[in-house]
Design a protein around this ligand. Structure first.
Ligand SMILES: C[C@H](O)CC(=O)SCCNC(=O)CCNC(=O)[C@H](O)C(C)(C)COP(=O)(O)OP(=O)(O)OC[C@H]1O[C@@H](n2cnc3c(N)ncnc32)[C@H](O)[C@@H]1OP(=O)(O)O
Length: 711
């Protein structure tokens, strides 16, 4: 018997197990919508009234996904906190009714099971997950500035313990099936081919009795006693405040709501959860974070070059086995899943690149994230050479050698000689113009920029830089390849510094100017971390390399003007052998001189710079000066067509340099500040510090006409 009610179908098997299949017609993924309430209500009634049934299995009809959570567009459309609270409460009631069925209900999970999807699975009496790498379980609401609103904050701590639940909900991390099993989140992990059978068997076995988990003595004290739990919550609060600098209200509400449930019981916990969910939905932080979800989802569909179709990349190559080359080879093999050939002038370079991938994969293997066989399979995809053997059938070559124009031009010639007609030459340059690299090419249409950020395996952004002659097919193929590598690509125009380094350079320069005027290093860094950046600008300069900054600055100054000139005093740092962390000599102490667990400024740096530290600015003034430059330059990049849209500029800044996600990126932030307010700030700084703060034409025009970047 099959009774189809659009998104859900209920069929009853001969063994009297009811199978509910969720499959929203016309959509690639299942999401939970308030409009399903009537269908679910009817189904729950049918299940409750059929006394012949022995169990229920909930499964998805989509090929590779379970449920991706509540429909974020539906949440975005809420006008008031009460509306969002009602949506959360409706979900809570549905899931309560599911849990209260006399029948054992089992969730059969394959593919993403996230947010409201996991909350539904938590309301089931047992969970069976497929062992496929496509299966991930998590409560990522915090990444949207929200909290799990349909019972997740109450059921997860009961199932896996308060500490583990706090960790999962506060980070929004997604677990593979094996990890979820270890945590106690799922009961069984089976191959996808027998998922339904295993879930049916589980349902027929009756509601599982949850035995008390084995806990260490410390965990018993922390989780099962009043003072222990108080300590857990106060520690969580302390760490969260340190990590978020108070910029993410959702994180604080998560702790509060879980604590309410633990201390005052399930019903009070649910009420607090729905209320907080409604209020968080209305915050500017959540709106900004949701906008990132919408932007990245939209970008996944774009080819980067209109209607152009990408060519399939079956094999890739990397020139240079350094840190960048090793990282690029790694994501090509492990994420894009294609064989990669690394060429270096020395065998040592190849070994380094191979070790880069080995170390990452070995860590994943040790954490049980991948099997040994998977690790070996991925490692075997990477091979090395000191000549061009194995290059004849490569579809894309990514060059990651020194920033030397003639060397790069020579590599283009070599690739044209040793590879196929269609082989793309992608340069990972961070500063050289792509048209110059392509200048002597026989096939300039195959030459493109593909700018990664370090560390490559972690940083989500790449800039794809087309020069005038790059073909649409080359752009589309490079964009598609970068996406397969797990990156979010933005296509930018060929110009010094492209987008990300251009806006970053001015921000760093301003931090340097502030430092030279006497503000202490740690104060500048603290101010920008408080603003929401992951690290401060001085720390970043130490990480990137003071020498690297010094190399880029003259190129930007020559191409774009004096505002990019780095303060002259910075030359003294290089003369003193200070290149930053890599040489264990920079603004902070490293190696033996450093104190474990403490980041200390190398006070001798002030004498080298000829500065006597004398704090005069407050943290807001420091942040405002550094970011005003960055915002102004971001708009200039839009004005010059370096970036195609405010959306690309926002995603580029967030994913490339960690611009605070809760602000939604430079353009959304300007909208929130008000263009006229930013212009007023720039004018005021201009009157004190000169033309580097002069607002760009677009900002002036927009201020005059009262315009915004987003409607
Ligand atoms: C009350 C609850 O506690 C509140 C919530 O549940 S809030 C929602 C929590 N869930 C999430 O944050 C998950 C959001 N989704 C994702 O991270 C990713 O989409 C994913 C990992 C599930 C899949 O990624 P991927 O395979 O690359 O597919 P992706 O292109 O992103 O999505 C496919 C489609 O599903 C849509 N989608 C995915 N999750 C969605 C969601 N939660 N709401 C609305 N649409 C969603 C996308 O918009 C896209 O739609 P389209 O094809 O019409 O453009």
């Amino acid at each position: 018997m099959t009774d189809t009610v659009s998104s859900f179908s209920l069929s009853i098997r001969d063994d009297k197990v009811a199978v509910i299949t969720m499959d929203i017609p016309g959509e690639s993924m299942n999401v939970l919508k308030a409009s399903f309430a009537d269908e679910i209500d009817a189904m729950l009634k049918q299940l409750a009234n059929d006394s012949t049934l022995k169990g229920v299995v909930f499964i998805s009809g989509k090929k590779d996904s379970f449920i991706a959570g509540a429909d974020i567009s539906m949440l975005d459309a809420c006008q008031t906190a009460e509306q969002a609270e009602t949506i959360a409460a409706m979900g809570q009631q549905m899931f309560d009714r599911l849990e209260q069925l006399r029948l054992p209900v089992v969730a059969a999970i394959h593919g993403p099971c996230l947010g409201g999807g996991l909350e539904l699975a938590l309301a089931c009496h047992a969970r069976v997950a497929s062992s496929s790498p496509k299966t991930v379980l998590g409560l990522p609401e915090v990444q949207l500035g929200l909290l799990p609103g349909s019972g997740g904050t109450q059921r997860l701590p009961k199932l896996v313990g308060v500490q583990k639940a706090l960790d999962m909900i506060l980070t929004g991390k997604q677990l593979r099936a094996a990890q979820a099993k270890k945590l106690g989140l799922v009961d069984e992990v089976v191959p996808e081919s027998i998922l339904l059978d295993a879930a049916v068997k589980k349902a027929l076995a009756g509601k599982p009795r949850r035995e008390a988990k084995k806990q260490s003595l410390l965990d018993k004290l922390l989780e099962n006693t009043g003072p222990g739990r108080k300590l857990v919550f106060s520690q969580a609060l302390k760490q969260t405040l340190k990590k978020t600098q108070g910029n993410y209200p959702a994180a604080l509400r998560i702790i509060e709501v879980i604590q309410t449930g633990v201390e005052q019981g399930y019903q009070k916990g649910l009420a607090a959860e729905a209320k907080a969910f409604g209020q968080l939905c209305m915050t500017s932080e959540s709106a900004a974070l949701r906008s990132i979800f919408f932007a990245t989802t939209q970008m996944k569909k774009e080819s980067g070059a209109g209607d152009a179709k990408p060519r399939k990349v079956r094999k890739a190559a990397v020139l240079g086995g350094g840190l960048m080359g090793g990282g690029i080879a790694n994501v090509s093999a492990t994420k894009a899943g294609v064989p990669v050939r690394i060429k270096d002038i020395a065998e040592q370079g190849i070994n380094n690149a191979l070790k880069y991938s080995f170390d990452i994969l070995n860590k994943k293997y040790k954490k049980r994230f991948i099997s040994k066989a998977e690790m070996q399979k991925q490692l075997l995809l990477i091979t090395g050479t000191t000549d061009y053997s194995g290059f004849h059938n490569v579809d894309i070559v990514v060059e990651a050698v020194f920033e030397d124009l003639s060397l790069k031009q020579q590599m283009v010639a070599d690739i044209e000689q040793h590879c196929a007609e269609h082989t793309i030459f992608a340069s990972n340059t961070s500063s050289l113009p792509i048209h110059k690299i392509a200048e002597k090419a026989a096939r300039p249409e195959n030459v493109i920029g593909l700018h990664y950020f370090s560390p490559v395996d972690k940083m989500p952004l790449v800039e794809v830089i087309a020069h005038d002659k790059t073909s649409a097919e080359t752009i589309a193929t490079t964009v598609a390849f970068a996406r397969k590598q797990g990156k979010t690509p933005i296509v930018v125009k060929d110009g010094a510094g492209f987008y990300v380094n251009r806006i970053l350079a001015l921000y760093m320069n301003e931090a340097a100017n502030i430092l030279l005027a006497g503000e202490p290093v740690e104060k500048i860094d603290r101010a920008l971390v408080k603003f929401g950046f992951p690290v401060g600008p001085v720390t970043l300069l130490d990480e990137v390399g003071i020498d690297v900054g010094a190399k880029i600055s003259p190129i930007l100054t020559a191409e774009l003007g004096e505002r990019f000139a780095a303060p002259a005093a910075f030359d003294k740092l290089l003369a003193d052998g200070r290149k930053g962390k890599k040489t264990e000599k920079g603004f902070y102490l490293y190696g033996k001189a450093a104190k474990k667990g403490k980041k200390l400024v190398d006070e001798s740096v002030y004498a080298v710079l000829g500065v006597t530290p004398a704090p005069a600015l407050n943290s807001d003034e420091i942040a405002s000066r550094c970011t005003a430059q960055m915002l102004n330059e971001a708009v200039r990049c839009l004005e010059e067509g370096i970036i195609a849209s405010a959306r690309d500029g926002d995603i580029g800044a967030i994913f490339g340099i960690g611009f605070p996600p809760f602000l939604g990126g430079p353009f959304r932030y300007i909208d929130n500040l008000g263009v006229n307010n930013l212009v007023a700030t720039l004018r005021q700084l201009e009157s004190r510090f000169g033309s580097r703060f002069t607002p760009c034409d677009t900002l002036l025009k927009m201020a005059e006409q009262g315009e915004r970047f987003y409607s």
